[in-house]
Design a protein around this ligand. Structure first.
Ligand code: COA
Length: 322
């Protein structure tokens, strides 16, 4: 049976790291408020010359090096982002050019904070159907460029960054084999006004700024994330006590705690990077995954659950035998 196996992970962050105290010098907020309500302490903010595509390409170089393979052997690049370098072409094609890959399939996926989970399902389907053999799946964002820096209820919550994985088609045994076991996605477009950008090519002709009703998003996030994780574990025939690691979308430490509690998962099994990176939207899951792989927590053969929820609403989960 062909499965998509993670053979390398990588990530990249902008050089500039901004603390809550630094933000409090410009807007009416405090380190205490941000830490207590969100768990966030730092975020990285892209500077001149740092874009979604440059961060994505850096994350890919790290993932390719970890996998020990040449960029030329990649036949598919899928980049999840809500903050592309240009309206078109897809930033994935910029990444392809930056990596020096002569020919492959390359396109972007837009599902905001769940974008990486959407990209994983698309790539996993293309690998299992034989269309692709080795793929880069990327989540990369520069949300700092769509934040309203005068709106303290949103601008303190987000950061920039990128994460990438290399997925390879491998013939693995039906049980006990490594690879992506299940993916499950959802969308409910009725909640557009709870989390959106107030501009767009086809409406205002502008880029727009992020708007969010945080309290309502919070409530939906806990319910949807707990339910999609339960659903995907059932699809994989696993119980929550067989899970070694949960790598959640890093939006808010209180959402992570509440979701883990709902599923009866020990907090020690949840990878948390929101304190260091804030919410990096589609980049947050692959960034956190790379941190936990590189520090040695996530080991080959372990059961790893990825999950995310974002604007749309969209939400999803993936179960991987790493
Ligand atoms: C955004 C969030 C942290 C706000 O926390 P909350 O407990 O709901 O706080 P509220 O929005 O009710 O605001 C409480 C008070 O803090 C104030 N406040 C808001 N932002 C603030 C800030 N950055 N600094 C200081 N005070 C702030 C509000 O003005 C309000 O003051 P008031 O009571 O005098 O009106 C929380 O709702 C949240 O995390 N939501 C989920 C958001 C998210 O993760 N979205 C992404 C999903 S992909």
């Amino acid at each position: 049976m062909i499965r998509s196996v993670v053979i390398g992970t990588g990530s990249a962050l902008p050089a500039r790291r901004v603390s809550n105290a630094e933000l409090a010098e410009q807007i009416d907020t405090s380190d205490e408020w941000i830490v207590e309500r969100t768990g966030i302490r730092f975020r990285h903010i892209a500077g001149e010359g740092e874009t979604t595509a440059t961060l994505a390409a850096d994350a890919c170089r790290a993932a390719l090096a970890a996998a020990g393979i040449e960029a030329q052997s990649i036949d598919l690049i899928v980049l999840a982002t809500a903050t592309p370098d240009q309206t078109f072409p897809a930033s994935a094609t910029k990444v392809q050019a930056m990596l020096g890959i002569d020919d492959c399939v390359a396109f972007d996926v837009a599902a905001v904070c769940s974008g990486f989970l959407y990209a994983v399902q698309v790539v996993d389907s293309m690998i299992r159907s034989g269309v692709a053999k080795r793929a880069l799946v990327i989540g990369a964002e520069t949300f700092s460029r769509i934040l309203d820096w005068e709106d303290r209820t949103t601008c303190v919550l987000f950061g920039d960054g990128a994460g990438a994985i290399v997925l390879e088609a491998q013939d693995t045994a039906d049980d006990g084999g490594r690879g992506i076991l299940t993916t499950k996605l959802h969308a409910d477009g009725r909640h557009n006004e709870l989390l959106y950008v107030d501009g767009g090519v086809s409406t205002t002709g502008t880029v727009g700024k992020l708007r969010m009703k945080g309290r309502e998003v919070f409530r939906h996030a806990v319910t949807n994330l707990a339910s999609v994780m339960t659903e995907s574990l059932a699809m994989a025939g696993l119980s929550s006590d067989q899970v070694d690691w949960v790598v959640p979308h890093q939006a808010n430490a209180r959402i992570l705690d509440a979701t883990a509690r709902k599923l009866g998962l020990a907090p020690a099994k949840v990878v948390v990077t929101v304190d260091q990176h804030a919410n990096t939207s589609a980049a947050s899951v692959p960034l956190a995954l790379d941190v936990a792989v590189r520090d040695g927590r996530i080991q080959q053969g372990q059961i790893v659950v990825l999950e995310a929820m974002g604007g749309g609403f969209t939400w999803g989960a993936a179960i991987i035998r790493f």
